[in-house]
Ligand binder design. Structure first.
Ligand code: IMP
Ligand code: MG
Length: 186
């Protein structure tokens, strides 16, 4: 039996971050990056799929010349806990030797994904690697990874929206919310 409601928002228990809160914070983050990278030409490297909404807003908030690329990695199956196994589904297209990379992530959780990605990019000769994550679940960190830019520290609850999914759904919610527990268990 399905416990899902007809519309997406019907599955949301509570709104954690509103559209306006997200907008204000992402604008701040973009401005900080533009300041820090003035005179350089960083490459924003988005981690798909979760980054797509955040990255679109972040790069438009950073008035700086830059390059954009994407990787698609998965550390999660359809569930809500990290498997610890990171798989590259889509690799970088260009050469990053000597480049300043800003990895753009939706959420930093155990840190396993970014820890893996960081060594991967170091191995490809990146000059510097910074991490920009919208959300940080600090309490859940296992790997030694710190965000250089983060939007919000969030509690250990499974959140969706603004790019973040549960089993590939809810990415297109314009805000970030917590799912009703019955949605997982259905
Ligand atoms: P980590 O490797 O444990 O840091 O996992 C990071 C990835 O797990 C993120 O890029 C998300 O795809 C996923 N993730 C972790 N927590 C959540 C959540 O609350 N909602 C949706 N996805 C999450
Ligand atoms: Mg993700």
């Amino acid at each position: 039996m399905s416990h899902k409601s007809e519309d997406m928002s019907g599955d949301i228990l509570k709104v954690l971050l509103t559209e306006q809160q997200l907008k204000d914070k992402v604008n701040e983050m973009g401005a900080a990056i533009a300041r820090d990278y003035a005179g350089r030409r960083p490459m924003f490297l988005g981690v798909l799929k979760g980054c797509f909404v955040f990255m679109a807003d972040l790069v438009r908030a950073a008035d700086i010349r830059c390059d954009l690329d994407f990787m698609c990695v998965s550390s999660y199956g359809a569930g809500t806990t990290s498997s610890g196994v990171v798989k590259i589904n889509l690799d970088l297209r260009g050469d990053i030797d000597g480049r300043d990379i800003i990895v753009v992530e939706d959420i930093l959780d155990s840190g396993r994904t970014l820890s893996y990605l960081r060594s991967y990019l170091q191995g490809k000769g990146a000059a510097s690697i910074a991490i920009a994550t919208l959300l940080d679940k600090l309490d859940r960190r296992v790997a030694d990874v710190k965000a250089d830019y983060f939007g919000f520290v969030v509690p250990d609850e499974f959140v969706v929206g603004y790019g973040l999914d549960y089993a590939e759904e809810y990415r297109n919610l314009p805000y970030i919310g917590v799912l009703k527990p019955e949605v997982y268990t259905s």
